[in-house]
Design a protein around this ligand. Sequence first.
Ligand code: ADP
Length: 396
Amino acid sequence: MILVVNAGSSSIKFRLFNDSDIKNPIDILDGLAERITVDGAVSFKYEGNKYEYSVDLPNHEVAIKFILEKLIELNIISNVDDINAVGFRVVHGGTISKSSIIDEKVFATIKDAVKLAPLHNPGAITAIEAVKKVMPKAKMVACFDTAYHQTLAEEQYLYATPYSWYTEHGVRKYGFHGISYQYIAEKMAEVLNKPKDKLNLIVCHLGNGASITCIKNGKSFDTTMGLTPLAGVMMGTRSGDIDPSIIEYMCKQLNADVSKITNILNKESGLLGLSGKSSDMRDVTGGYFSGDKDYQRALNKYTQVAADYIVRFANLLGHDIDGLVFTAGVGENSIYTRQLIIEKLPLLDLKLDQTKNEESYGEYKYISTAESKIKVLAVRTNEELMICKDTLNLIK
Ligand code: ADP
């Protein structure tokens, strides 16, 4: 079996895959350990049952031990060695361009990237160290959110700052959500029955964090997030792009330091900041249609920024666009967000099929009519499956 781990500073999302069919691994268990270092809770779903435990979790190591004990107790695994390998989601991999076995060099790069992703990489590092202790025989693989974007051309990844900021300090666009984009590119090759290396797509990964990527010939050609996951489109609580001078200006206005302002841009901006009420798209769209001015302001801006980037990326691809894809929590589920973004794209001659947009679906659905100049789809992403497949490929 393969265990997939997505760890934050106080939580571990985990999924267990049965790899007896290597080409088609099946997820058998989906769980969450949370409130690590605070108090602790573990829950998971297995064979239709939900298991919930309240347990003291002082650190990630205790959490992983506890999870393994429960898996053994419930006969899901007979012992720890049933788990061949663990695949980790790592947000920032610097310039590593593909999923990698975690050796000393890779681990050092992940640690070095903490300065680029101080909110994200420490969770993965702690989880990797914990697994190493608790499951010493398991092979460990890191899958990076940045890796897929290493194909960006210089004119896309460079900022117009002193060149030495790039050469000496690594200031460049890295891009994120790459595991999801890689999954979507592979899925779309299957759906459209076209070789992946000939696929041109615009993919909107709209979750709490959100980004849009222009995929040309199956590779990332440009993307909205930057040095960090704060840049690009407006998100649940993140501002996306702003005039960089706002930071110094607001430091002075609020008599605050840069970290305080950066924190506000990360955690109190976006839908939450503009509405002053909620970052959850269900609240925002609900309020929008019941006439709530705060939610209308927030959603109008959110959908406009997304549409602006889609047009920019369409321009990069020219006339050969195979599809516009919506994915992640909002992209997969929010009928109205998709509709409002599409309404703001007159240049692209898209034709939304209202009925299809509202229909329930499995892995994917078309939401455009046959007359639409570009096919529009909603596709469910599966980052954990992508991590599992990469892990299996690497340990083969
Ligand atoms: P994360 O970036 O944390 O992985 P997700 O991809 O889970 O986020 O997306 C979370 C977002 O998806 C939330 O804003 C939530 O409101 C939104 N969402 C989930 N289900 C729906 C739905 N049925 N309708 C509208 N929005 C939804």
